[in-house]
Write a protein that binds this ligand. Sequence first.
Ligand code: AMP
Ligand code: MG
Length: 317
Amino acid sequence: MITTDLELVINSLKRGEIVSIPTETVYGLAGNALKEESVDLIFNLKKRPAFNPLIVHIPDVNFLDRVAENIPDPAKLLANHFWPGPLTLILKKKASIPNRVTAGKDTVAVRVPNHPLTLELLKKLPFPLAAPSANPFGSISPTLAIHVYKYFGDKIPFILDGGSCKSGLESTIIGFENETPVLYRHGALALEKIKEVIGPVKELIKNDQNPQAPGMLSKHYAPQTETIRSENILETIANFPNKKIGVLSFQKIELSEEITHQEILSEKGHLEEAARNLYAALHRLDQLQLELIVVPYFPNHGLGKTINDRLQRAIQK
Ligand code: AMP
Ligand code: MG
């Protein structure tokens, strides 16, 4: 059931059930992070491989000591600077965090989400929430309550409706090798902004065999419909004259009349707006029984990097 009633959701979570929560990045599938049975339910619902750890959501930076220890100085700087916000930190875990949450790792992923309803929820709960994105493993992340409902229906009792997600992309993930900051996943907080606060950040190379952060698996965030990327959308369309094609574009492009489905992410060419609209546009295109979706390359700076990363994963087989 889609609801805005916080009390219903609080009681459900206290019973150990799984609910969906809004955040500024995407909707999450949340349960008591300290209760192994709840965490199990999340993995089962998502059909998420057990090696893929979850993010723990806390109400504020003061809660950090209850989930993590030996926190490096740059992590404290980042937490104080960007929380609540779309930044996840990988830190040494406290023993109270079940191994199931962290996929057996001795580190835990933590963040304070920036959504008023969910912050209020977290402040009223006696435990933190483990929450990956509320989509079946490998499919497009949800940015509206109705996306979550389409994926899970009544398999979860409540979807807390917080409107459409303001950032619309998953959080940026930063870990530490000793004290050196390492980027594990591009996300809704541009890397440039992080570097302004802590200086250089090492960018980790993707490794499918042993993903440090499974957001790094090459196939992820993918539509069901065949999707290809193109430097020149008009030229690409001309190569498939008999296909029913949908186009995702950054700004408006003039298309021939046969192409009736174009999703424009930002008329004015703003990357933040494009990021916010990306997943909802992919959800819409994916529902049109198209034979092909053509997606562009974005300018490779700021959030354009994150969008490019997600589009690249959307085309992997
Ligand atoms: P999702 O919300 O579905 O994007 O999943 C959360 C992401 O957090 C996953 O892709 C994981 O890669 C990442 N993550 C969670 N815990 C850890 C950890 N201990 N080390 C590295 N990455 C993590
Ligand atoms: Mg996900």
